[in-house]
Ligand binder design. Sequence first.
Ligand SMILES: [Fe+2]
Length: 302
Amino acid sequence: MKAKIDVFTLPIEKQFMRRLIKPDTWILNGFVEDCAAPHPHVVIGSERAAVIDTTDLFYNVREYVEKVITDKPLVTISSHSHGDHTHNNYQFEDCVQYMSQRCWEEIQENRVNMPERSPGSYTATIVGDGDIIDLGDRQLECIKFCGCHSLSSMAYLDTKYGCLFSGDEMEGGQVLIGTSPMERNCVELYRDNLVELKKRVDGRATCICPPHNGSPIDIVMLDYIIENCERILSGVEGIDDVGSMSFLLNPQSYHNPPFTVDDGELANHDARAERFKGCKRSEWMGTSIVYNPARIHYSDLD
Ligand SMILES: [Fe+2]
């Protein structure tokens, strides 16, 4: 059996793959075994370039972007506070770092409670709904639209090429909503927020660019996610297997014999299975929503 390649020993330009998804718009893939890991996007304007979700890839995202992607001054943009999206912000200490107020508050809380998930001492530049992040000949419109995956979520619409950077509120693998007992949301709220989002971006967005499970996806997926919500609201029940194509939780998954995993992987798997206990997964037209059946309608929140 061949020895594994230690990616850290490779030159920085070999530590990632890059793919052009629109003019001056890249998605980066770091070489990690965890296929559920998020991917940074890089959006380049005439004056500045934005790294959207610096992620928690082990490698030096900034060094790669500066060496391989662009020589424009960099800013970062965070879709929400979760550590797998914001961890590497520390690599951009001297850059402007845009995020929602709630995202900044949660990052500061994480610095106290989970410092390993939120390193660095940078200060955020807060953006609110309707604000414009100006990259020169290219603008990103900030859209506060949901808070069903995370209360800190903010979407960003590239008004030049129609890319909607959605964070984890929309994606092709699975959208996790209402799975935390701390966050009071429901499928009905998620549906209503997406309907409002559709009105707001209609005719202006051509694709959704999520950090997980493939980017870009066609904007028609927004309609399918709304339809998926409608199915749940009308009583169509999801299935018990809440795993996804990038994170298997079914009985045949790798944690059962004859497959073997190391202890860390097993603990991660079990923690995730525990977190989603009682949740359901609803699939429709290539979309997948993981939801809490105790929180479907607004009345369930009373
Ligand atoms: Fe997230």
